[in-house]
Every structure is written in C-alpha cells, then in structure tokens.
Design a protein around this ligand. Structure first.
Ligand SMILES: Nc1ncnc2c1ncn2[C@@H]1O[C@H](COP(=O)(O)OP(=O)(O)OP(=O)(O)O)[C@@H](O)[C@H]1O
Ligand SMILES: [Mg+2]
Length: 344
C-alpha cells in the first residue's frame, strides 16, 4: 500500500511517498516546493483560492493526484498538554480528564476537536497517571482539509507535526534515551520531550529561521535574500568571514537554545530520575552550518541532526543518492513521519 505524507510548512511544502508491505517500507517519492506568497492559514477567499491552486499544481507536477494522504497540523497552532493525575483510575480518571480539558482549553471545546491518550507509565513519575491532551481549533483543521481535498488528494488523516516528528526520529519499538526534539522551522521552533515511549512535554517559540535571517540582515546591513544565503553557507562557523555571520546570528540562536535549556530544566525538575540525554534537531533551520558543535557546547548535551530516512527499510530508486538525502533529511522529517503513519 502506498501512503503519502504532506507537510504544509509555512515556507516549504514537503511530500514523501512511501510504499508499505508488511513491515517493509520503501521510499517512492520526495518532493518540495517553496510556498513564498502563499498563506495556508489565511481566511480570505483570495488567499484560500491561491493556496488551492498552489497545492493543486504541486500535486499535478509530482503526479500525486488521488493519493491517500496524511497531512500535518502545525504544533504551534494547537493546544497540547500533559496532565498528571495521582491515584486515579477507570471512570474516575475519565471524568477528571474531561473536567480538566474544559478547564485547560484556551478555546471553547464546541469549536475544537479534542483528543486524549493515557500515556504508558513514566519511570520518573511512577506515582501518577500522565495523560496527553490535544485540542485543535475546528477552523484550522477545516482550512487545511479544504485545501488538501480541493487539490485532488484523498485525506487519510491529519496529525500534529510533533507526532510525525517523533515517528520519524525515534525507534518507537525500542527503549530510547530521554530525548529533546527541536524542530526549527521558518516561523517557529517546536520543542518536545520524548521519554518512556511517549511525548511528555511540548513548547513552541515564535523564533525560527526567519528570525535568524532577519538578525543577520540587520546586523550586516544586507538584503534578506542575501542574508539567507550567508546564513545557509556560514551559519555558526567562527572561521568563516571572521565569524561575522556567527556573531550576527548567535543572539537569536541563543533565544532558541535558551528555550531548550529551560525545557530541560523544567522537565528534569519534575522527573529527577529521568534526565534528558540528547537533543535532536530537525526542520530547515537545523541545516545552519556549525549548529551541532555550537549547541552541544551551549547546552552541554549530546546533539544530533535528524536522519528520518533511517526509519525506512529501503530508499528505493533513491538508494544511490543516500548522501544527498541525508543532507536534506531535516527538512523532510515531518513529511517522513506523516508518510509512515500506520493505517488505522
Ligand atoms: N541548507 C538549507 N537548505 C534548504 N533550506 C534551508 C537550508 N538552511 C536553512 N534553510 C531554511 O529553512 C527554512 C525551512 O524550514 P522548514 O521547511 O523546516 O520550515 P517550514 O516547515 O516551512 O516552517 P514552519 O515549520 O515554521 O511552518 C527555509 O526558510 C529555508 O530557507
Ligand atoms: Mg515545519
């Protein structure tokens, strides 16, 4: 069976098609396109039309018409919380969850789809039941589904980018060291902690690659396009251009890395026997040269860049382009996760 993952990012649309046969998964197709000038989230009729035309062209150009698709919903735009319930079970637990969802939801629940999942027990917090609550505004879900359906695709599922990123990065069958995943996108950085087979923490910050480029443009008096090229080429490398780009972008990288640090501190203060062992970066912003060394020093933790292709059994016709795929892996992490969603 073929499955398509479609990641509608705010700057790049990414698609990954995967063929599944029993436990084998092989890569059929990857595609991406720059969404400059398109606003998937706008409510204006003209913008919606433009977005539909854009995605339709993408579908046609890449021969994706009629495919079954799992599409992303941005983590930063939904409400995710992990609630803790000491000593509650069965019906009492269900009642408490329903009650807490109403209390916690930032939007009226009649305007949202809500979901909860009782998490497997957490070694760091064995005295209580942890529950993952996800609340997505109907307006947002409807907008995304409308664009995707109108573009000639068949909807299989819609899924938060966080869930897809976990599937693309973690080997969910095995015990993993407690991991922070940080998705540095165009507009946002989504931080999550995965431990004991479940998502245990999320936080989104509105600082992403766009802010990094802005800082470089301002500091060095460059046009944005030129600044973006410099950041992509020299990033955080101190031996390039006398470290000028590094100096310009360090403060903004510091904002992102400080949020990661704060997330680690917060989590560890509540899970003292379950410390964070590594940070895995994904998203286009993680392609900034020098990020691994810079952030490993800053955070004093092991740092890796995501390679989502590891989750596939075969790279199919892309097998002889392994290095090239690895280089762009971080951009496609969410799309790979979406493409690998098990059929329900
Ligand atoms: N070497 C690189 N190759 C391609 N893109 C890069 C590279 N380095 C940085 N980027 C930038 O990363 C950004 C895209 O990242 P990504 O695709 O993860 O964002 P997005 O998913 O569209 O955004 P968001 O998740 O905020 O909605 C682009 O602005 C792109 O220019
Ligand atoms: Mg993204």
């Amino acid at each position: 069976m073929n499955q398509l993952g479609l990641d509608l990012g705010s700057s790049v649309i990414k698609a990954v098609e995967v063929q599944r046969e029993k436990s084998n998964t092989s890569l059929l197709k990857i595609a991406k396109a720059d969404t400059t000038g398109i606003n998937i989230l706008s409510s204006s009729e003209a913008d919606i039309k433009k977005a539909i035309t854009f995605v339709t062209d993408f579908v046609m150009q890449n021969q994706l018409l009629g495919k079954y698709v799992t599409v992303s919903i941005p983590q930063a735009l939904i409400f995710t919380k992990i609630l803790s319930f000491p000593d509650l079970k069965g019906k009492d637990l269900e009642k408490a969850i329903e009650f807490e969802m109403v209390q916690e939801s930032p939007i009226p629940l009649e305007d949202a789809s809500k979901n909860y999942q009782i998490l497997p027990s957490n070694a760091g917090k064995s005295d209580s039941t942890e529950v993952l609550v996800v609340i997505a505004p109907n307006m947002l879900t409807k907008k995304i589904l409308n664009i995707v359906k109108s573009s000639g695709l068949q909807i299989q599922a819609i899924e938060p980018t966080s869930t897809a990123n976990i599937r693309a990065i973690m080997d969910e069958e095995r015990e993993n060291p407690t991991t922070i995943i940080a998705d540095i996108g165009e507009k946002n950085t989504d931080i999550l902690i995965y431990s004991d087979f479940a998502l245990r923490f999320t936080r989104s910050v509105s600082t992403g690659f766009e802010s990094v480029v802005k800082a470089a443009a301002q500091d060095l008096n460059l046009e944005k396009v030129q600044a973006a090229e410099y950041v992509k080429s020299y990033g955080l490398l101190s031996d390039k251009l006398n470290g000028k780009i590094k100096d310009a972008v360090s403060p903004i990288m510091g904002v992102i890395l400080n949020e990661i640090k704060r997330s680690i501190t917060f989590y560890e203060s509540r899970n003292s026997s379950n410390l964070v062992k590594r940070v895995v970066f994904c998203g286009g912003g993680s392609l900034i040269p020098g990020l691994v060394v810079y952030s490993a020093n800053y955070l004093n933790t092991e740092v890796q860049i995501a390679n989502p292709w590891n989750r596939l059994t075969s790279l199919g016709k892309y097998a002889d382009r392994q290095k090239e795929l690895e280089d762009i892996g971080p951009l496609f992490t969410t799309a790979v996760g979406l493409g690998l969603k098990p059929a329900s």
